[in-house]
Design a protein around this ligand. Structure first.
Ligand SMILES: [Zn+2]
Ligand SMILES: [Zn+2]
Length: 287
């Protein structure tokens, strides 16, 4: 009998700690209301408890971060194309206007560090090498006000390139993007002819926006799908070849698609299709 009494007392002590956690507005699960909001970095969910938010929802919604910031670093000689960055920011502002990516305090960027070029201009970068470069240069991280995404422009090319396909960019870790600027320049200059400058600008803008699409959780890359639209052969991509999240956009074969688009009179970044936009619209209501 005594043992049972002791047991009950212990349970009482532990549940006391749990109750205390639930009262702490710094912790997810604490109760909250309009008059008693959660502390910075958490938001008050519809069920009256504090919730944390991580990418992709941190990027897509305004529940915590009202502003979206890009930190952009580049390897010497691989300067980002200003017009391409502007095109991506413009598209994101439009998506704020349409309610698909909500950032009421705006979208901005900072071109930050210059990273030394590789001794071999044709170096084939492994994922591990790129990770080390990113880790050595990324200075910003998301906080209660900003959702921060990191972009690194590199020289050389991807070790994953093969005769049939060249990688133009990729996203990883939910908040990081690598752009193979030298590869983009080579591919678009080889294919663009008279339109080389235009196709280079459009390709870089489209790859940037496609990679940010992955950070937004598209397709089935951390964000729920309203209806199935993932390409079974290319995880994280859309089956629709008219969607910006089509797999080819981040490879050299996407450049000819973009060139046809350009020659057809359309110089803007391809759009997210209806299925992707529906996922982003649904994300705004997730609690
Ligand atoms: Zn992709
Ligand atoms: Zn799509």
């Amino acid at each position: 009998m005594r043992h049972v009494v002791v047991g009950v007392l212990l349970v009482g002590v532990f549940s006391g700690f749990t109750d205390c956690d639930a009262c702490d507005p710094n912790k997810p699960g604490a109760s909250c209301s309009q008059s008693e909001p959660c502390t910075s970095g958490l938001y008050c969910g519809a069920d009256g408890t504090c919730k944390a938010q991580t990418p992709p929802y941190l990027y897509a919604t305004d529940k915590i971060a009202k502003r979206l910031s890009f930190e952009i670093d580049y390897v010497q000689g691989q300067l980002p194309n200003q017009a391409s960055i502007d095109a991506m920011l413009q598209r994101l502002r439009e998506m704020h206007g349409s309610g698909h990516v909500k950032k009421p305090e705006g979208v901005e960027y900072l071109v930050d560090d210059t990273v030394p070029a590789h001794a071999d201009p044709n170096h084939a970068y492994t994922f591990e090498e790129l990770q080390n470069m990113v880790n050595g240069n990324k200075n910003t991280r998301s906080n209660g006000r900003y959702a921060s995404a990191y972009v690194l422009y590199v020289d050389g090319h991807s070790a994953d390139d093969n005769g049939a396909s060249k990688v133009l960019g990729f996203a990883y870790d939910s908040d990081k993007i690598v752009i193979f600027k030298k590869t983009i320049t080579e591919v678009c200059e080889n294919n663009g002819g008279l339109f080389a400058a235009d196709i280079c600008r459009l390709t870089e803008a489209s790859v940037l926006m496609h990679e940010f699409g992955h950070l937004l959780g598209l397709v089935n890359n951390g964000m729920s799908m309203h209806a199935a639209h993932q390409d079974a052969a290319h995880a994280g991509h859309d089956v629709n070849d008219q969607c910006l999240m089509y797999w080819a956009i981040e490879t050299d074969s996407g450049v000819s698609m973009l060139l046809n688009r350009l020659l057809g009179g359309n110089s803007s970044i391809p759009s997210f299709d209806a299925a992707c936009l529906q996922d982003l619209a649904d994300a705004q209501t997730v609690q």
